[in-house]
Design a protein around this ligand. Structure first.
Ligand SMILES: [Fe+2]
Ligand SMILES: [Fe+2]
Length: 444
């Protein structure tokens, strides 16, 4: 894979600086030098690249670039690009930061396949080349990851978030088919000291910082984004920036005009994934999953249930949401969590992955596992803020971690992988040590 940087020092400028020190008239010398030289063309810049919305036969790439015309070629990883399965010459839309923003759908792909793609500029130079995997057919085994609260834009801390970067590296080494980031990608602090006015451009800078650390991962692993409170989805710039950075499936629910990409569902292999938004304000700020989203959720659960009944199968059902329904401080983060739990228990949700609380915890209730995986690189909480009020039987660990799920048709293994050291501990190492693991089985 190759990422080219646009920042190059120009030989002509260097020569001019030297000349200035010799006290020779600059204009005369510069004219002589420039007459015999040609400025090398700037490299095309490509940033914030993420694969998303991966289906059995399609996927979407999102990225931005300073070039307004690029070519995307894609095909099976085993082939070459002499006869690409797909080739798209595309132009971008000018964004708030002066870069062109691209969203490219790749069609005609094969299920359960490794797909190679490359992006080239007008001159035919390859800017980036990488691969990812399309969705699995039912009956196949695969792995996926869950990380949350990377707060990857915490660039007020120098050096940049070391733990988050190491976890991205470790996740990349796990050979995951897909991954979820369960919210709080950045620190957007509307109205707080130092952040008096979150314009779209300012928010964009914070996502840029996330991708500076995470793009090696997001360019090769389809990432399903979950909105956290720090994405400020309730404000127009926050919502716009979030939707632009990632390719999410869209819901067709009653509030789809307002929140089409903030909550959604999709299938991969034998699993039905539901992503919910704990911070979408349907009618002003409320600590709840709003009534329209609840309506969509109930419709989705009913649809899957009736499809499974008529097909005589039983899919795994997994929910991902930012704010936890159950975690160890016993205080509900979501006012209607009891109704949500009732739905999850009655429709047989297997696991709910949560973020927001910056540590790991596992809670079991009425057949549903609630796994908090909030140790993704933000400031890890330690006792007494972590673990002091756990429900009896809960597992809690005050450390940086992420989740790896090994999913087989009838067996699901959930592992929490530890990464020592909080954001402040730049020397810490992410060695992939196993922190906690549990399995679920499904008959039939
Ligand atoms: Fe957070
Ligand atoms: Fe949060």
């Amino acid at each position: 894979m190759t990422f080219l940087s646009p920042v190059r020092s120009s030989p002509v400028k260097l020569i001019l600086i030297v000349v200035a020190y010799t006290m020779i008239p600059v204009s005369l010398v510069a004219a002589v030098l420039l007459a015999g030289r040609q400025e090398p063309p700037d490299s095309v810049r490509l940033a914030n690249l993420a694969v998303g919305k991966v289906g059995l036969d399609s996927a979407t790439l999102v990225f931005k670039s300073d070039a307004n015309l690029l070519t995307v070629e894609f095909g099976p990883a085993s082939g070459d690009f002499s006869e690409p399965a797909g080739l798209k010459r595309i132009s971008g839309t000018l964004g708030a930061d002066g870069l062109f923003r691209y969203e490219v759908r790749l069609d005609g792909l094969s299920p359960s396949s490794s797909i190679r793609y490359r992006i080239t500029d007008n001159a035919g130079s390859v800017i980036v080349e990488n691969s990812f995997r399309t969705a699995r057919n039912p009956g196949e085994s695969y792995s996926y990851g869950v990380i949350s609260d990377g707060h990857g834009a915490s660039l007020t801390v120098e050096p940049p978030p070391a733990v988050f970067g190491r976890m991205m590296e470790q996740m990349a080494a796990e050979d995951l088919d897909l991954a979820f980031h369960a919210g709080d990608f950045t620190i957007i602090c509307r109205g707080r000291p130092g952040y008096p006015d979150d314009t779209l451009g300012q928010i964009e800078d914070k996502y840029n910082a996330f991708f500076e650390v995470g793009m090696e991962f997001t360019a090769s692993t389809p990432l399903y984004a979950v909105a956290g409170n720090h994405e400020e989805i309730g404000y127009k710039p926050g919502k716009t920036a979030f939707e632009q950075q990632f390719a999410m499936p869209e819901n067709q629910g009653p509030d789809s005009v307002k929140f089409a990409e903030e909550y959604y569902s999709f299938d991969n292999g034998d699993t039905h994934f539901i992503v919910l938004c704990s911070d979408c304000w349907e009618d002003g700020y409320k600590k709840q999953v709003g009534p329209k989203q609840m309506e969509w959720l109930e419709d989705d659960l009913q649809r899957v249930d009736s499809e499974d009944r008529s097909a005589g199968r039983q899919r795994w059902k997994v929910v991902v949401i930012h704010k936890p329904l159950f975690r160890n401080n016993l205080v509900p983060e979501i006012d209607n969590r009891d109704r949500l739990h009732e739905l999850f228990a009655s429709y047989g949700i297997d696991v709910v992955f949560q973020g927001h609380a910056h540590y790991y915890s596992r809670h079991y209730r009425d057949g549903v596992y609630y796994v908090t995986s909030g140790g993704g690189g933000g400031n890890t909480l330690f006792p007494p803020d972590c673990g002091s009020e756990a429900y009896p039987g809960d597992v809690t660990a005050c450390t940086s971690q992420f989740i790896k799920v090994d999913q087989a048709p009838r067996l699901m293994t959930v592992s929490s992988i530890q990464c020592d050291g909080g954001m402040e501990t730049v020397q810490g190492k992410c060695e992939g040590a196993l922190l906690d693991s549990f399995t679920l089985t499904k008959s039939g």
